[in-house]
Design a binder for this molecule. Structure first.
Ligand code: G3H
Length: 540
């Protein structure tokens, strides 16, 4: 690989500000099962930070700890614990009042906030997220939990009434589904995991939670909070190799909901392992190849700004990142020159450095893999067009802009999930529409232009190809109250604060013919508050 920098981007240990040093590796042995923090005495997985320490022998990834590699027997125990806590819907948690479950989640959130600094530091060291982005991820997650609580209160208020239709009295509510297996991605290990775990939990499901392969240790500070905030067996954790710990759980047929954010390849394997597929509800967030379409009359400074941050925030490691830029041929040279200048001005460095934008990559051999994508595009006629596009060292690389990238190149259709931005030009806007239609993915697009008619002509076909069309704005998930989903191989199910409450539940109702005898029974149940479901109590 080309290594063009003369000085290392990585610090010597003494150069790291004291507050951010990782002096004591975190040796995690605990796993949470059936309300106990159990001690693991078996194999451990070493955790290497993407952050390297510069030494005389070159950069060395810092070891920051280790976590358990559980076996199939422990996976089985977590499944048993979650199944027992569900107890065919008769467990303490699924039958608890909504107010009771909200109180538990509030208790958990308060304990979680006490661990903010520790978790933020682990986000920086474990996945190389900048301090600002790590803080944002933590705070956004807390806001998401609060918004979820508010949305549930509202949902419960709406459901706290009886309806009478065609002589039938009914009360309709959303009821939990059972055991939920929640698996989040490494790029938002806290936030995206919690955007499924929290709604699944608060709606009364019991949880088996497997952190992503990268981003495990940052969850350890929360294990006690989980243990102390919820009845035993309601939240359980598994760690280790997917085929060892997840395959037996899926093959058992006892998982009712799979919430997985990761690759469609793994998502398909997990789904296919369940012996009763129609009983399994899936909520999947998968890959994307979001395109930016830059029209001839676009405000180029704005388009460059949005494309730079849209393609390269957190080094391009976002499912919503712009992963292909399609620019009209009449403005391609100007756009490219401004875009390259903007990309080359991005600040590289370590996660704690003020204003840093490009940081080391956590996935093993990621820089070589990215180089492979670039080399493939070069072999098919493209070039790295930004001056700093070949700068790389160990786990770090400055972003490369590659042009012109055709559909035959891997960069033209594969999700790169890293700091390489492919660009292609088009003469007729139909070519841009064809790119989106031919893609295996269908999450979002971003259109840049100023003519309302031209934008409208693109909006209408594109909303039927993707699930969010951004106008003069980068692609993104937020605000978290907006629906987040995708077509084709990009997603299954919709997440948002309110949608998530729906996907982890099913509508269930109590109905009775409106006879005098039935009315008397219902009145008595309501007056005596003898049912938690059949109830008109209103959360204030
Ligand atoms: O990795 C995918 C995330 O859902 C993206 O979220 O657009 O807020 O960065 P974001």
């Amino acid at each position: 690989m080309t290594e063009l920098r003369s000085a290392s981007v990585f610090p010597r240990s003494n150069d790291i500000p004291e507050r951010f040093r990782f002096t004591t590796p975190r040796e995690q042995r605990a796993w949470l099962c059936n309300g106990e923090l159990r001690d693991w005495h078996g194999a451990l997985q070493d955790v290497l930070s993407p952050v390297c320490i510069a030494t005389d022998a070159g950069p060395v990834q810092q070891r920051i700890g280790a976590h358990p590699l559980l076996g199939a027997a422990e996976a089985e125990e977590t499944l048993d614990a979650a199944t027992r806590a569900w107890a065919n819907g008769r467990g303490e948690w699924p039958t608890m009042t909504v107010e009771g479950r909200i109180r538990c989640v509030e208790r958990f959130t308060a304990k979680m906030q006490e661990r903010r600094d520790e978790i933020v530091k682990l986000l920086m060291w474990e996945i190389g997220k900048s301090l600002a982005d790590a803080e944002k991820e933590f705070d956004r997650t807390v806001v998401y939990i609060r918004d979820t609580i508010d949305a549930l209160k509202e949902l419960d208020r709406i459901s706290s009434r009886l309806v009478i239709e065609e002589g039938v009295i009914g009360q309709i509510r959303r009821a939990p589904l059972g055991v939920a297996l929640c698996m989040g991605p490494f790029n938002y290990p806290l936030n995206e995991t919690f955007t499924t775990l929290i709604p699944a939990l608060i709606m009364g499901n019991t949880i088996i939670f497997k952190p992503p392969k990268l981003g495990v240790l940052l969850h350890e500070p929360l294990l006690e909070a989980f243990r102390d905030s919820f009845p035993k067996g309601v939240v359980n954790t598994v760690y280790g190799d997917g085929p060892t710990v997840i395959t037996p759980i899926m093959k058992s047929g006892r998982v009712d909901v799979l919430a997985f954010i990761g690759s469609s390849r793994v998502g398909d394997i997990l789904k296919s392992q369940h012996p009763k597929p129609h009983r399994l509800r899936c909520v999947l967030g998968l890959e994307a190849k979001n395109a930016a379409i830059v029209l001839p009359d676009a405000d180029l400074d704005l388009a460059v700004r949005e494309c730079t941050s849209g393609a390269l925030s957190y080094n391009g490691q976002r499912c919503t990142a712009i992963k292909m830029i399609l620019v009209h041929e009449s403005i391609a040279p100007t756009f490219l020159s401004k875009f390259c200048e903007s990309v080359d001005a991005l600040r590289d460095g370590m996660p704690w450095e003020p204003g840093v934008q490009i940081t080391p990559l956590p996935e093993e051999n990621k820089t070589s893999w990215m180089r492979g994508l670039i080399d493939d595009a070069i072999a098919k006629g493209a070039k790295v067009v930004n001056a700093r596009g070949n700068e790389t060292e160990a786990t770090w690389m400055h972003p490369a802009v590659v042009y012109p990238v055709g559909a035959d190149a891997r960069l033209g259709h594969e999700e790169q999930f890293g700091p390489v931005v492919p660009v292609a030009s088009f003469g007729d806007v139909d070519e841009a529409l064809r790119f989106v239609a031919d893609s295996s993915y269908g999450q979002q697009v971003a259109i840049f232009g100023s003519d309302p008619d031209a934008i409208a002509a693109l909006v209408d076909p594109l909303v039927n190809q993707v699930c969010r069309v951004n106008v003069n704005s980068q692609c993104q998930r937020g605000p978290d109250t907006f629906p987040f989903t995708g077509r084709k191989d990009s997603a299954e199910g919709t997440l948002s604060v309110t949608d998530a409450l729906r996907v982890f539940t099913i509508r269930s109702l109590v109905a009775a013919k409106a006879t005098d005898a039935n009315k008397a029974i219902i009145r008595s149940i309501l007056n005596e508050r003898s049912s938690k479901f059949l109830s008109t109590d209103f959360i204030l």
